[in-house]
Design a protein around this ligand. Structure first.
Ligand code: NAG
Length: 649
């Protein structure tokens, strides 16, 4: 007994240690700052250095997920007009990158989807009214919402081509080179839209067609040959983690640029306000918060070729971008001459406000350096001695106040010796992993043990053994695995989504298609869309595990009989605890089943609203499977309620 206890303890300790080690590895993989051990940037120790004049400096804006909607939040479009008129006027960006979801394209019920011309007209009118093309370079590309229900890119309903600023030119991989007197900056778009574009929800992940990847590669190599190119910036709607493609090939290309700018995830609905990460290659991936709900956008500046940015909420002024020293977290030493900071003579800050700026105060590590001097435009500078901060991380804080009394503060860490703080865990996980593959793995890890357990119970444990276990769940599972109806049905329900068609219906208006876990076949083409992998995870958790539990408990044979011999008090205690546990399981299984049923109803309602009656009825994955699960539950209940049998013994 003591030996057994010893072995158990050791096993437990070893398991805990392994778990701790694995989680430590995962944590450090995602949070460790990415080291750089390549050669220093060739321009790092060469003048010009950041000083007191407004040279080698320019800025642009990144905005995403505008979602102009004919049904919802009319203020959204009004605010967008304010952005186009006033904010563009105040900030005067040389370029504005708009990474998709220009329109919402959702129907009144917020579930269906199709293109509405009026939303596009609103978008175009706003831009025209604000005379955007005369004032800045506006690079607007499509997002998945702008691709809902579009049979092919040249179709009339692809209003993007008619109403966007870029038009047809922006509806493929393209490059825009921004030329200034001090350098060239290449913006290359990443095109990952589905074509044909199904209605939502099965139009969530992107995919890069072969031809677009080739174009991307050719632009990248074209830029590489230009000695005059100072920076390459990639941009597109989808974070790389939500794109179905050869990630090796994509990474090979994206690592040639300092950053990839994207949107789409809306900061996970506020869960990760800052979805910004450094890839293992040293390039940045910067998702910007949405305009749709949060009214956020990002001012990005290149100062002596070092990239800085700040997130701005509509009507929150003054906006402050600290461009020298740049933020330690987002240093990309392979791409930017971060050494220039050490040689710089001035701290440089851009301050934007509709009203004149009254004062800009700079502190480092809590000590006030002084008030910054206005140079021109938004640039404020203050002399500093970088030598005082040569080791480790330091905090710079800038407070700006305008004449209408508004003030704002921006605090950042900087370092002159390449030190970086740890990466943000959630942001790196979401941006660095391949989300489709992660969900596939999750499905696999969930289904394997369940199926293995049922098969083992069926083949390795005798049917009559069920009566010997105290736990109602164990007894039930043994019985369930020996009843053909339940055994085959449950394995079938769990495995079917990966091997069979999900539903047949109108995934695009007027076109019949078939959907599977791996994509949709419609209008003669295969659309790789893997949102289904997310659906199956949720289905297993909310529908099938509760169903198995419910059936097992109702199928469970009576508990073992009390032996007629002496019953010690500890034995009796154990029994009492056990029946309490059984009661808990039984009670849990009922709300679990009800929750599952509600979720099924919700799924069916969504399916109907998104794709119509036909899809609802011809859906082996949804309606048919759900009906079958009700039938199983019914058969389990009518096999005789467990509490009756428990009382009778
Ligand atoms: C841009 O690159 C050129 C050539 O490498 C360099 O001379 C110039 O200083 C760079 N511009 C800036 C702002 O650093």
């Amino acid at each position: 007994m003591a030996r057994l206890l010893g072995i158990c303890t050791i096993t437990l300790v070893v398991l805990v240690m392994i778990a701790a080690w694995v989680s430590g590895m995962i944590l450090s993989y995602f949070t460790d700052p990415v080291p750089y051990d390549g050669p220093p940037h060739p321009q790092g120790d060469r003048p010009p250095y950041p000083g007191a004049t407004a040279d080698n400096l320019w800025w642009f804006i990144h905005i995403s997920d505008i979602h102009i909607s004919r049904f919802r939040d009319p203020q959204r479009a009004v605010d967008f007009k304010t952005f186009c008129m006033e904010n563009i006027d105040v900030i005067r960006p040389e370029v504005v990158v708009v990474t998709g979801d220009l329109t919402d394209a959702k129907t009144y019920d917020n579930i269906g989807s199709t293109q509405f011309e009026i939303e596009w007209q609103t978008y175009q009118n706003t831009i025209k009214h604000a005379r955007i093309p005369e004032r800045t370079v506006w690079l607007d590309v499509r997002g998945n919402h702008d691709a809902f229900d579009i049979p092919h890119t040249r179709h009339d309903t692809n209003y993007y081509r008619k109403y966007s600023v870029l038009g047809e030119q922006g509806d493929t991989t393209f490059m825009y080179q921004h030329k200034t007197s001090f350098g060239t900056y290449s913006f290359i778009s990443l095109y990952a839209l589905l074509d044909p574009g199904p209605k939502r929800p099965f139009n969530f992940f992107g995919a890069i067609p072969e031809g677009e990847m080739d174009r991307l590669e050719s632009y990248v190599s074209q830029v590489e040959k230009q000695s005059s190119n100072n920076h390459t910036i990639f941009f597109g709607h989808y974070p790389t983690s939500t794109i179905l493609t050869s990630h090796r090939r994509l990474t090979q290309n994206l690592r040639k640029g300092i950053a990839y700018l994207c949107g789409h995830l809306h900061s996970l609905g506020g869960l990760a306000r800052h979805m910004e990460a450094t890839h293992k290659t040293g390039s940045l991936e910067l998702e910007v918060e949405d305009w749709k709900v949060n009214r956020m956008y990002r001012i990005m500046a290149f100062d002596h070729d070092m990239l800085s940015f700040v997130d701005v909420k509509l009507n929150e002024w003054p906006a402050i971008v600290i461009t020298n020293p740049k933020r330690a977290r987002f240093m990309a030493p392979e791409h930017e001459p971060v050494h220039k900071m050490i040689h710089s003579t001035h701290i440089r800050v851009l301050v934007f406000s509709p009203d004149p700026i009254k004062v800009v105060t700079i502190s480092i590590d809590g000590h006030v350096i002084g008030a910054a001097k206005h140079v021109e435009g938004p640039l404020y500078v203050a002399p500093w001695k970088p030598g005082m901060y040569s080791k480790g991380l330091h905090e710079i804080s800038v407070i700006a106040e305008d004449f209408s009394g508004r003030s704002n503060v921006n605090k950042e860490h900087f370092s002159l010796d390449d030190s970086k703080p740890e990466q943000w865990f959630i942001a790196t996980v979401v941006l660095l992993i391949d989300i489709t593959k992660a969900f596939m793995l999750w499905n696999f890890l969930m289904l394997c043990p369940i199926i293995l357990l049922l098969v083992m119970l069926r083949t390795q444990v005798r049917k009559t053994a069920a009566g010997f276990y105290r736990s109602v769940v164990v007894r039930g599972l043994i019985r369930l695995s020996h009843v053909d109806l339940f055994f085959y049905s449950i394995i079938g329900l769990l495995v079917y989504p990966y091997i069979g068609p999900w539903c047949i219906g109108h995934f695009l208006t007027g076109h019949i298609g078939v959907s599977t876990a791996y994509g949709i076949y419609t209008i003669g083409s295969w659309v790789p869309e893997t949102f289904g992998m997310v659906v199956t995870v949720i289905d297993t958790l909310l529908i099938y595990i509760p169903l198995i539990l419910f059936c097992a408990i109702h199928l469970s044979p009576p508990p073992p009989h009390v032996s007629n011999g002496t019953v010690s008090s500890s034995n009796r205690n154990a029994k009492r605890q056990n029946s309490a546990l059984n009661l808990v399981w039984t009670l849990v299984s009922i709300p679990g089943m009800i929750l599952g049923a509600l979720f099924q109803a919700y799924n069916l309602y969504n399916l109907y609203s998104a794709y119509g009656w036909l899809t609802l009825f011809i859906s082996p994955k949804f309606l048919w499977s759900y009906l079958w699960s009700y039938y199983l539950a019914y058969r389990a209940v009518t096999a005789g309620p467990v509490w009756v049998r428990q009382r009778s013994c």
